[in-house]
Ligand binder design. Sequence first.
Ligand code: WQD
Length: 338
Amino acid sequence: MPILVTGGAGYIGSHTVLSLLEKGYDVVVLDNHSNSSYESLRRIESLTGRNVIYYEGDVSDRLLLKRIFKDNKVKQIIHFAGLKSVSESVVLPLKYYENNVMASIVLIEEMIANNIFELIFSSSATVYGNPADIPLKEISKVGGTTNPYGTSKLMVEHILNDVAKSCPQMDITILRYFNPAGAHSSGLIGEDPNGIPCNLVPYISQVAVGKLPKLSVYGHDYPTHDGTGVRDYIHVMDLAEGHVAALQHKASRSNCRTYNLGTGKGYSVLDLIAAFERQSNTNIPYEFVERRAGDVAECWANPDLARQELKWSATRGLDEMMRDAWNWQQKNPDGYKI
Ligand code: WQD
């Protein structure tokens, strides 16, 4: 039976679709292209020599979901579809609650109505708010989220935990991503944010390729080894392989399990600039500016639970992330726009 991947044309979704196809799974993608390009799927098909069954539309479209489920005998779903800009969510909270929470409720209702019980949900380390204890474990305190995006992810986590309690047939895996970065080594698929990137790595990539003049480093007075923000950057292919590992894991305990997908290492903004310059042989001009509202000083994962239960660990280091990010950007200065 094929795996339904919602948001499968997006950054993490497309890399996961590629990994699934390479592992021999059949894949159905549902995507509304609000922040993705069909071109990514076309390139995945040429990379793998395998076809993807594709539907354009919204997760909240019940009739479309019913048709997809019926036409493809779906039994497992990986749910990426959603909006993910922290800054946009502050300006348009209802858009985020509608797309990230309400659409997820429709998906869960239609899954149960169609006897589909296996779901992997794309969550985020943002649910930890301002981390109390670093490195973060799955049992670390969540909440105190500083933006509607993070709150929407936490709301869906709560909904999934409650649904799992009420419906023992459900088999739910929640994956909390830290900071995805990099691209497939071919440079054919990668991160293609709409407009000016909010995230550090695509911003640095666009400075390196000449699309942006310089990087603003948000804050130089954090209590970290060099005063700049520290995060747990994880190669998007490691993240993709973590989803395959979650799909293959046969639950032995709770029917709703949560895992951090991170490397367990923290790197600062200046560490990333240095690594990117080494890998791209370019110079990244930057200037220190004020801290960005809502940012935390440092955040990285304790990845032990995923290693123990999913038999998965990140294997790619910072240099490989920066090399692959540069390779994608250099080959696709305008992303998927042809
Ligand atoms: C990383 C570091 C910034 C841009 C967010 C979401 C999270 C996840 C990943 C979806 C911080 C600094 C950044 C820039 C900078 N997304 N920075 N100049 O904020 O850790 O996490 O994206 O799941 O949910 O919250 O990632 O890449 O925006 O920032 O100095 O132009 O780079 O201050 O220290 P963040 P980021």
